[in-house]
Design a protein around this ligand. Sequence first.
Ligand code: MN
Length: 248
Amino acid sequence: MASSNSTDHSLFISDIHLCEQRPDISQAFVDFCAHQATQASHLYILGDLCDAWLGDDDNCAIAELLQQQLLMLAEKNVKVSIMVGNRDFLMGHEFSKACNCKLLPDPSVIELYDQSALLMHGDSMCTADKEYMDFREMIRDPKMQQTLLNKPLSERRAIATMLREKSRSANATKAEDIMDVTASEVTRAFEQHGVDILIHGHTHRPAVHQLPSTDEKKLKRYVLGDWDSKGWYLKAQQGQIALHSFEF
Ligand code: MN
């Protein structure tokens, strides 16, 4: 008899924050690829897969581990789509090509079985954090990205460390709610793209939100969790979407 795992399904993850300082997270990711992802038709990674990404030319241990895992999935005919986040925004086509993955623009609308779903990293909806939004605009500028990529790796590494420190000290003094999505931005995203489903990460507030809607439609916002003390993923199949967590 076919197990439920063999039903055609897609998985969504985000905010894994792979880094050399957390071998436990790397191991959890490797296990997830081997056991869960190989069973899926499609794996969507919605940003911040890595805690930092200095450029596709950086052959660090994390990049090697990732390439190995993603190529393994490609060999097993699992489609992999990657959207970058605010940590790994320099991940590019060179890497995705080397891993047989597709880079997804943020936002993207996909056909998810019987429905359309809007996929985002999530940071673009956190508009109450003005300081962050200015920073986002700067780092998403292709010219700025090229300027960064033209710098030697050692210099990029120093910049990444500096940015992480800056973000840590800034976030420590920010009110909790300004680091979450702005409600009106969520409504705007649903309206602009005409979808009933939104899936995103970034806020580290895993949840399934049902939104009030003016008509009969039921709008659902699925927020993926970050991998820190637990792992999180969303499993979607015909007529069913569920958020899961697991210990590692
Ligand atoms: Mn993020």
